[in-house]
Write a protein that binds this ligand. Structure first.
Ligand SMILES: NC(=O)C1=CN([C@@H]2O[C@H](COP(=O)(O)OP(=O)(O)OC[C@H]3O[C@@H](n4cnc5c(N)ncnc54)[C@H](OP(=O)(O)O)[C@@H]3O)[C@@H](O)[C@H]2O)C=CC1
Ligand SMILES: CC(=O)N[C@@H](CCC(=O)OP(=O)(O)O)C(=O)O
Length: 304
């Protein structure tokens, strides 16, 4: 059976990448609106309600508005925005962490930075190696496409910087989903930055041994991550022979790589994730969730 998929926001950065991944899929009928109708509420209502699955690639307010346009019980939603990431009734779209995306009607794709943070931290909390009240910090660097069309125009229009830190007021919108879905009771200090590169991400979490269950080793942390993601084709846990980690490592793919480094004395650990903000951080994750929801081969359309 052919599933009808409407991409709302199909000419934006995330929407375009989803279209590319779905091009050529014979099991789908992909619907987008023409330029003159793409922001027309009536045209959007009609397309949304005719779809089996609608993928929202919109700013938060427009995503909430799109959900309010649904007037039938059949249409299922994948929301790429941050509008519903901790909302009641929504399933967090991170199937590798046990969220049951296949049966969900409302799926909220994780934020790009939370994807790396949660992959590194949630399994350790769940395994009892990291207590729920651990006070963590997380540093992330993203390619500038992470800021959508506006930031791409800014960086490519000459108003760029090799590397800039932002969210200096410590109130970034990704903090609530990082806290809630990691099972933490203390919000992590989040330090995001943008590099002058189109795509790619490096996300780092430093941990002192004193924050972990007594005697925890790097091998134990790595083994816990490896076990969590053993059946996850998009997530790889590296055997630590890496001497350098580059923002390009998983750029232009839907993969994510997790690293665990430990100091020689075992007193400090450095957890690192690389991914693509538009891959596992957005469009790749949306296609992965779509495949689960419609019962397609889980890897179809993904870039590995
Ligand atoms: N870029 C990334 O790496 C990631 C993005 N996301 C999230 O995905 C969502 C989309 O982001 P992104 O693609 O980067 O953003 P873009 O700004 O590149 O694209 C958003 C698109 O939505 C369109 N749009 C805005 N308002 C409406 C409306 N009312 N009706 C219909 N279309 C509308 C815009 O139109 P116009 O072209 O006219 O501006 C634009 O084409 C955001 O919520 C973002 O936070 C999530 C993870 C990573
Ligand atoms: C570099 C950059 O600006 N990145 C975006 C996050 C991109 C992302 O994950 O998007 P949503 O959570 O908005 O869906 C930011 O920090 O706001």
């Amino acid at each position: 059976m052919t599933a009808t998929v409407f991409i709302d926001g199909a000419v934006g950065t995330t929407g375009l990448e989803i279209r590319e991944r779905l091009a050529g899929r014979r099991d789908l009928s992909v619907v987008t609106l023409p330029e003159e109708q793409r922001k027309d509420a009536d045209a959007r209502r009609e397309a949304i309600n005719a779809a089996d699955v609608v993928i929202l690639c919109l700013p938060d307010d427009a995503a909430r508005e799109a959900v309010a346009l649904i007037d039938n019980p059949r249409t299922r939603v994948i929301d790429a925005s941050s509008a519903h990431r901790v909302a009641e009734g929504w399933t967090y779209g991170f199937p590798e962490l046990g969220f049951d995306v296949a049966v969900a009607t409302r799926v909220t794709n994780p934020g790009c930075y939370p994807t790396g943070f949660l992959a590194l931290v949630e399994p350790l909390v769940r395994a009892g190696l990291l207590p729920a009240d651990a006070a963590l910090a997380v540093h992330g660097t993203s390619g500038y496409s992470g800021g959508g069309k506006g930031m791409i125009a800014e960086f490519e229009g000459g108003n760029s910087s090799a590397h800039r830190a932002y969210a200096l007021g410590l109130g970034h919108k990704h903090v609530p989903e990082m806290t809630q879905h990691a099972g933490l009771s203390v919000a992590p200090i989040f330090m995001p930055s943008v590099a002058n590169i189109h795509r790619g991400m490096v996300i780092e979490v430093p941990i002192h041994a004193a924050q972990l269950a007594p005697g925890t080793t790097a091998d134990q942390l790595r083994a816990t991550l490896a076990e969590t993601f053993a059946n996850a084709p998009l997530v790889r846990v590296a055997n630590e022979d890496a001497k350098l980690i580059r923002i390009e490592d998983d750029a232009a793919t839907d993969r994510m790589t997790l690293h665990v480094f430990g100091s020689p004395g075992g007193d400090q650990f450095r957890l690192v994730a690389t991914l693509d903000n538009l891959g596992k951080g957005a469009s790749g994750a949306a296609v992965q969730n779509l495949n689960l929801m419609i019962g397609a081969d889980p890897m179809t359309g993904l870039v590995t």
